[in-house]
Structures are given as C-alpha cells and as structure tokens.
Design a protein around this ligand. Structure first.
Ligand code: SAM
Length: 226
C-alpha cells in the first residue's frame, strides 16, 4: 500500500507526506539539509573522537535518508559504523526507488546501496561498503530493548502532535537504557514537555540551533558514570 505523496522540499530533496499519520517525513525546508544538521552534525560528529566504531540506533528508517547519509559518512571518513534501525510501517520499494537521494548524493554506488538497504531482509546484518554494517528491524519502537549499546540515537519519530505516545517516559527510558554512558540522543523536536521527560530520566539536555526553518533542536546526553 502506498505510504503517501512524494514531494520536493526546499533544498531539492524529496520527502513523503504520510497518509497514515498526516505529517511529512522531513522538514519542508529541506530533507537532506535537516538530516545532516540534526543527526550527523549534532549527533554522529559529536561522538567520533577516540572511537574505533560508532554504534547508531535510528528510530524510524522511513525513506532511508539518514541511513544513506550515514553510510556515505562512514565510507568517506573511513569510520566503522554499526547502524541499527527500526521501522514498523515501511514505505514500498516502488516509492523508495522514486526518491531522488542517490542521484543528489552521487549516483552510482549510492543508488546500489540505497536499493540494498530497502531490499534488505529484516533482522539480518549486512555489510555495505568497507565500513558500514546495517541491520533493519520490522518492529515497533516500543519493543526496543538494548542494554548500553549505542553511542548515538537518531530519534526521528513523527512529531509529538502526530504520535504523542512516542515522546513520553516509557519509550524515552528505553532510549536512555540503550545508550552507553556519554552517548547521546538527537532530535529535531524542541518541545518543552519532551525536554522535561528527558531531564526527568537523567539526561543532560541541550538546546542547539535548529536546521533552516527551525529555531532549535535538542540533544540529550547520558552522563558518564561518576
Ligand atoms: C519521521 S519518519 C522517519 C524518517 C526517516 N528517519 C528518514 O530518514 O526518512 C518516522 C517513521 O517512524 C515510523 N513509525 C511510526 N510509528 C512507529 C512505531 N510505533 N514503531 C516503529 N516505527 C514507527 C513511521 O512509519 C516512519 O517511517
């Protein structure tokens, strides 16, 4: 079943308007721009120092844009990345191959990798390129249960007005538990109520400059053990 209408955001990259949830997968100001700013620059880059491998958990595989950008980063920086991503309502393959991300990001191998991500079997790790290990799970976020495994969480669920239950203590606590000490969760969302939930769980919460079109975003850091 079709997920929704594909449209072009202001930086020329595609997004999808979800029929099921009534919201878009990315900012209308620019999907690639937003993904780079929120997840790579504020999250991944902040975790690179002194690590042989960075483990990333993504909440919401969606179009695969965050995964593709992170793959590109791994190969360019020769940085080993373990990437686990959850998605309960995958887009169709027909939609995936219509998206213009690979052509905007360098065609060739990017197109192959993007298709492999979308065609990959669930719950089965695959190696993409020399540095990137990718596993996608066809599971609800609510079923996530990892003890101190990840350096970064890309928390890319639909916004609290569309899915309030995903921004409350129950799921956020799973996120806290899934992070290694010193690890961090990044999200485009800057809502006060969400930040209060994070603080209540013990996260150190930072308000950072948002991507174009958005004043702020949030980074929640799990303190190092004392
Ligand atoms: C904002 S989109 C993710 C965008 C994605 N990161 C990208 O790069 O395109 C949110 C995703 O969460 C998925 N989703 C919504 N509720 C879910 C749930 N309870 N468990 C798992 N996936 C869910 C949606 O199907 C959607 O793909």
């Amino acid at each position: 079943m079709k997920t929704g209408e594909i449209f072009e955001t202001q930086d020329g990259s595609h997004s999808i308007h979800s029929e099921k949830f009534g919201v878009s997968y990315h900012s209308k100001y620019g999907a690639i721009q937003e993904s780079r700013h929120v997840f790579l620059e504020a999250g991944l880059y902040a975790q690179l120092e002194d690590k042989e491998e960075v483990a990333v958990l993504e909440i919401g595989f969606g179009t695969g844009l965050n995964a593709l950008l992170t793959y590109q980063e791994a190969e360019e920086k020769k940085l080993r990345i373990r990437y686990d991503t959850f998605e309960a309502y995958p887009i169709t393959l027909a939609e995936a191959i219509t998206l213009n991300y690979p052509s905007l990001l360098g065609k060739g191998v990017m197109e192959e990798v993007f298709n492999e991500m979308h065609k990959a079997a669930w719950s089965t790790p695959i190696r993409l390129g020399d540095y990137f290990t990718f596993t996608k799970y066809n599971e609800l976020f609510q079923r996530i249960d990892y003890p101190e495994t990840f350096n970064v969480i890309y928390f890319d669920a639909f916004a609290p007005n569309a899915q309030p239950e995903l921004w409350e203590t129950e799921l956020m606590e799973k996120m806290y538990n899934a992070l290694k000490p010193g690890g961090m969760l990044v999200t485009y969302c800057a809502k006060g109520a969400v930040k209060r939930v994070m603080k209540g769980l013990g996260f150190t919460v930072e308000a950072l400059k948002g991507p174009p079109g958005k004043r702020e975003m949030t980074r929640a850091v799990k303190p190092n053990e004392v």
